[in-house]
Design a protein around this ligand. Structure first.
Ligand code: LLP
Length: 463
């Protein structure tokens, strides 16, 4: 198919989507720094480079699709969070966003702690040398084995999620002759996503113990009585991809209210509060995330103010950012396989991955950006939908985007901001092996999670 054969923008004018894609960007070759990893730029040939390595070389060496992660960007973001919160607070990176041994080592070196929520994440953290006392174990249904492993290893805290778990963890700790440091996760009736939050949301969800109706206070009463537990604080996580700090404000107000009630009833001032993760990143140019220092300042001020009003000593604050650290540091590199213009509608661009390496578009209607990265183009923009190779029409990677009208098979395109919840939520749907995670730094690339092979898949098939 010749490059010029594809229809360009104007033919799609009748179906232009709402919002930030309602018009093509002025320059399709430009890379918005907001959505791309820090070291991404174009070289003198128009080829995109990251960490000093160009994407054609990356595709050649590691194949496509591949997650390409900018190590210096990851370290810089981790450090920015650490510095912003300072010595009187703790930053726990949420491993669910993306975890590997290299990531654990970077976090360790940059002075962050780690939040894990399964035996697998715990094993990864420990095997890469994260000191156990800097690990927090989460989860709404931790198995007895997971709890036992965590306590034996000496994790810094276990976040208790239910009445049964309070007793279960206490019992296991006691049987091991230990006293486990714990927090109780409560739901404060705040739900926050992106630009909105609802402060009167019903606590109708599986996580945590509701503040409403006195349940959280009862959980504290029980935990304080058990010898196997050292209750160090209260935990609250209100949602994800949040830009608006007012949800945290209401949550902090309610958590501090509980701390005050605990002080009044038990004469105990709990020394810590954890406000969870959920801070948003830019997936498209329309998103305007806050910087870590702004977030740290806002959260610290809220908690300090609330504690002063309640005449409490300000507790040590911790936070659990996942997406905000790793999300922007990676992009997914794909090769274009087919380009299918549908007259008067849009052009379907099929890539060699799809919903198995990024389920977020199908699952959450998530928005992403995309760019042609193996060359520049002066062709007119075409309204495109980037789709995968799976047997499902909902297999969409980028729902609406403009790409150059001369896009052709063999071109490399990249979807930025795929560092969080893409590899970690990847599947083998249609027996497609999961892509590798390739790290770039200082002009060199290396694989930190290798590409899955068909042999890997067949090894599990023991029938
Ligand atoms: N802490 C707790 C207790 C959490 O449940 C989560 C995320 C985090 C921290 C980290 O949140 P972050 O800063 O990464 O937003 N799969 C979804 C996100 C699920 C988040 C679950 N909990 C997505 O792809 O958007």
């Amino acid at each position: 198919m010749s490059r010029s054969a594809h229809p360009a923008g104007p033919r799609h004018a009748d179906v232009l989507p709402e919002g930030h894609y309602s018009a093509p960007p002025a320059d399709l070759n430009a890379l918005d720094a907001k959505v791309w990893a820090q070291t991404v730029s174009r070289d003198e040939h128009g080829v995109v480079t990251v960490g000093g390595v160009d994407v054609k070389a990356l595709a050649e060496e590691h194949g496509t699709p591949a997650y390409v992660l900018d190590e210096s960007d990851f370290r810089a973001r981790a450090r920015a969070w650490r510095t912003a919160f300072g010595a009187d607070a703790d930053v726990f990176y949420a491993g669910k966003a993306f975890l590997s041994r290299a990531v654990v080592r970077w976090l360790h070196e940059e002075g962050l702690n780690l939040d894990v929520c399964s035996g697998g994440e715990l094993a990864t953290a420990l095997s890469a040398g994260m000191p156990a006392d800097r690990i927090a174990l989460h989860g709404n249904n931790k198995s007895t084995q997971e709890i036992e492993r965590a306590i034996r290893a000496g994790v810094g805290r276990i976040v208790l999620d239910s009445f049964q778990e309070i007793v279960r963890v206490a019992h296991i700790a006691q049987s091991l002759g230990k006293r486990q440091r714990v927090q109780i996760r409560i739901t404060v009736g705040v739900e926050a996503h992106t630009h909105e939050f609802i402060a009167t949301a019903h606590e109708d969800q599986k996580f945590g113990i509701p503040l409403a109706g006195g349940q959280a206070a009862e959980a504290v009463r029980r935990a304080l009585k058990l010898d196997g537990l050292e209750l160090i604080g209260i935990h609250s996580h209100i949602g994800s991809q949040i830009f608006d700090m007012s949800g945290f404000e209401v949550a902090a107000h309610r958590v501090v209210g509980l701390l005050k009630a605990i002080r009044d009833e038990h004469g105990v001032e709990l020394p810590e509060i954890d406000l969870g993760g959920g801070l948003g990143i830019a997936y498209t140019s329309a998103d305007d995330p806050r910087e870590p220092h702004e977030i740290a300042k806002a959260l610290t001020e809220i908690v300090t103010r609330e504690c002063e009003a309640a005449r409490l000593r300000t507790p040590r604050i911790s936070v659990e950012p996942g997406r905000a650290i790793v999300g922007p540091t990676a992009f997914t590199l794909y090769e274009v396989g087919t380009v299918k213009p549908l007259d008067g509608l849009r052009t379907y661009v099929s890539v060699d991955g799809g919903m198995s390496d990024n389920i977020r578009t199908a699952l959450y209607d998530a928005e992403y950006s995309v760019a042609l990265v193996s060359r520049t183009s002066d062709a007119a923009p075409m309204l495109a939908r980037v789709v995968g190779k799976h047997c499902e029409s909902g297999d969409i990677v980028v729902k609406d985007a403009f790409l150059p009208g001369d896009l052709a098979p063999g071109d490399l395109i990249a979807v930025p901001a795929t560092g969080a919840y893409c590899r970690s939520m990847a599947s083998n749907y249609n027996h497609v092996p999961r892509p590798p995670v390739v790290v770039v730094a200082d002009g060199a690339s290396r694989v930190i999670v290798r590409r899955e092979t068909e042999e890997d898949l067949l090894r599990l098939d023991v029938g």
